[in-house]
Design a protein around this ligand. Structure first.
Ligand code: RB5
Length: 150
């Protein structure tokens, strides 16, 4: 299950991503926002992040104007590793090296065809599991446990 979240700036791109997920038969849960009315990205990013940490969803795709706001909010939630990606190289590496569980996209930064390529790469790339990458991700998890007791 993929968790989706956006603010008003990301709403239209989220609709395009939903069409893609429907077309390829991938299940998702949409945590809002559901209109283009101005809203606050932390609300939706944190709602969707909690669903990932709880195990209800495995990964997330969060969208705002730049991708930065939703990534900042998501990364406040212990257990979330959110990465803003503006190209497929970043999407591949953040899965393979960082085991990122949230892709953050900027609807005012990437157009829909590029965003969909980034989404496909993010969803189709597994964590490499290489010792050095696992060690570094473990350090991030350790920080969560030390700072937040999780
Ligand atoms: C909304 O105008 C915009 O600030 C927001 O979508 C996002 O880009 C924030 O990081």
């Amino acid at each position: 299950m993929i968790a989706l979240a956006c603010d008003h700036g990301g709403f239209m791109l989220k609709q395009d991503i939903i069409k893609h997920l429907d077309a390829v038969g991938l299940e998702f849960k949409d945590f809002g926002t559901y209109t283009e009315d101005s809203c606050d990205y932390p609300v939706f990013a944190v709602l969707a992040s909690k669903a990932i940490v709880s195990g209800e969803c495995e990964r997330g795709i969060f969208i705002c104007g730049t991708g930065i706001g939703v990534s900042l909010a998501a990364n406040k939630v212990p257990g979330i590793r959110a990465a803003v990606c503006t190209n497929t190289y970043m999407a591949e590496k953040t899965r393979a090296h960082n085991d990122a569980n949230v892709l953050a996209l900027g609807a005012r930064v990437v157009d829909t065809p590029l965003a969909l390529d980034i989404v496909k790469t993010f969803l189709n790339t597994e964590f490499s599991g290489d010792e050095r990458h696992a060690r570094r991700v473990d350090m991030l998890k350790y920080l969560d446990s030390q700072l937040f007791g999780q």
